[in-house]
Design a protein around this ligand. Structure first.
Ligand code: SAM
Length: 291
């Protein structure tokens, strides 16, 4: 029997650490205009998508990151109508956003059209409900250009980007965060994919330093995602109303009830609240960003 191919995540090569997957079948592999893309089947995680050697999404654990990047900012805001996703190619986040019937319009700005095209075939569980929803608006552009030029205003901005390498690098700059602030409606909230603090502390500290200069309240919350290896995943948080991060569980639960209590696999009102209680080493990174 032929030797199984193993595919390694190379994101942490500098640290001398690799997570490696035994591949059942490679479903798709190509170099797009912007990045290397490979999709393969894994016996435990199902379909696994990697861009430039970094795991983006797997069928088995996608719900954790997608729910926490969506329901936390939308239910904290409480009256969101206009939502912007920067990145989000596979449409997993968009699918969660559109579960909120109170959302009037969702705009997704993705730089790489081929990620969306290929997701139509390989992640229909995300793309089918999203692309058939009249509230959804897809823009193929660099997120930096879009937020710098748009005259629209958003209640919630979700930055579901790749890591700060290749096309994703600009999405971790002060210029990008300042342009996001410019197109945020009063009372708005922004959340960002901000890496795994145990392996990527500098990324979190740098982002929070920028966000602190631009917003009254900047912090992060965490979740544990098996294939974003390295322990807690940090999600950056920025808003001008510090209260939004300190809502009572009952308020969050009431808003969830109002939103129709759609099914979730990870997010609950209690988990929402607890996600902002940071382990000391991450809290120290957040504090370091203030110095
Ligand atoms: N959840 C994943 C993670 O945490 O690594 C990210 C998923 S999503 C596939 C990331 C998307 O960001 C990709 O489709 C990529 O093409 C897109 N992207 C990267 N840089 C971008 C940019 N400058 N503007 C817009 N989209 C960008």
């Amino acid at each position: 029997m032929a030797e199984k191919r193993w595919i390694a995540e190379t994101l942490f090569d500098e640290l001398g650490f690799r997570m490696t997957f035994a591949v059942e079948r490679v479903l798709y592999e190509t170099r797009t205009e912007h990045q290397h893309l490979v999709l393969f089947e894994h016996k435990h995680f199902g379909k696994v998508l990697m861009l430039d050697g970094a795991t983006q999404v797997t069928t088995r654990d996608e719900f954790i990151y997608h729910e926490m990047m969506t329901h936390v900012p939308i239910l904290a805001h409480g009256r969101a109508r206009e939502v912007l996703i920067v990145g989000g190619g596979d449409c997993g986040i968009a699918e969660e956003v559109l579960k909120h019937t109170s959302i009037a319009r969702l705009t997704q700005v993705e730089i790489d059209a081929s990620v969306v095209e290929f997701s139509k075939q390989h992640f229909p569980e995300f793309t089918a409900p999203v692309l058939s929803d009249p509230r959804f608006d897809l823009v193929i552009d660099d997120g930096m250009n879009y937020v710098a030029e748009t005259d629209r205003r958003f209640d919630v901005i979700i930055v579901d980007s790749t890591d700060p390498q290749g096309p994703g690098k600009v999405l971790f700059t002060r210029e990008f965060y300042a342009a996001c602030k410019r197109c945020m409606a009063p009372g708005g909230v922004m959340v960002t994919q901000n890496g795994v603090p145990f392996f990527q502390p500098d990324e979190l500290i740098a982002s929070l330093r920028h966000l602190r200069e631009l917003f009254a309240d900047a912090a992060c919350y965490v979740a544990a995602i098996p294939t974003y290896v390295g322990g807690h995943m940090a999600m950056g948080w920025a808003a001008d109303d510090p209260q939004l991060r300190h809502l009572p569980v009952q308020t969050i639960a009431d808003r969830y009830a109002e939103a129709g209590r759609f099914p979730t696999g990870y997010w609950t009102p209690e988990v929402h609240k607890a996600a902002f209680a940071l382990p000391r080493f991450i809290a120290e990174h957040v504090a370091a960003a203030g110095q």
